[in-house]
Design a protein around this ligand. Sequence first.
Ligand code: FES
Length: 167
Amino acid sequence: MRKIEKFLRSLTFNIRRDKELDLNRRGFVASALSLMGIFFLSSTPLVVLSKKIEKESNEFETLIAAQGDLAVGDSVAFSYPKEHDPALLIRISETEYRAYNIKCTHLMCPVYWEKEDWKLVCPCHHGFFDVEDGSVLAGPPQRALPTINLAFKDNGIYAVSITQAQH
Ligand code: FES
């Protein structure tokens, strides 16, 4: 029994602890880098797919109204790009229309069109937006309303994409 124990001890004393530690560190770094590589490679297709889906959802085309349905200064509500995304189309001159997502950029209250003041108004904390470009005129919102880009064809007005404010 003593012989076996002595033999085992001699084996243990033969191991160079510093080298063993070095190998472990190297092994750890190699494993970590490999794992990072695997995560990166496996997530890349998902990122590409999500960008594609986002782009597609923002480029859905939908008919809002027929040209001439609205008098100058009038507005019509619609949803874009999804059913639960409230939006407003406003005719601001004989030839010009504007459309915005109407979730206030402060705390998401629905913004409405105030024809008399020619402004978009958020009733929650008195936020005001310019109908020309959706920019903030006054109040707590820090960002402009997202703009819905329009196309005119076959006597219809279509929402074709949405542009988020950059600031
Ligand atoms: S939610 Fe519109 S101003 Fe606060």
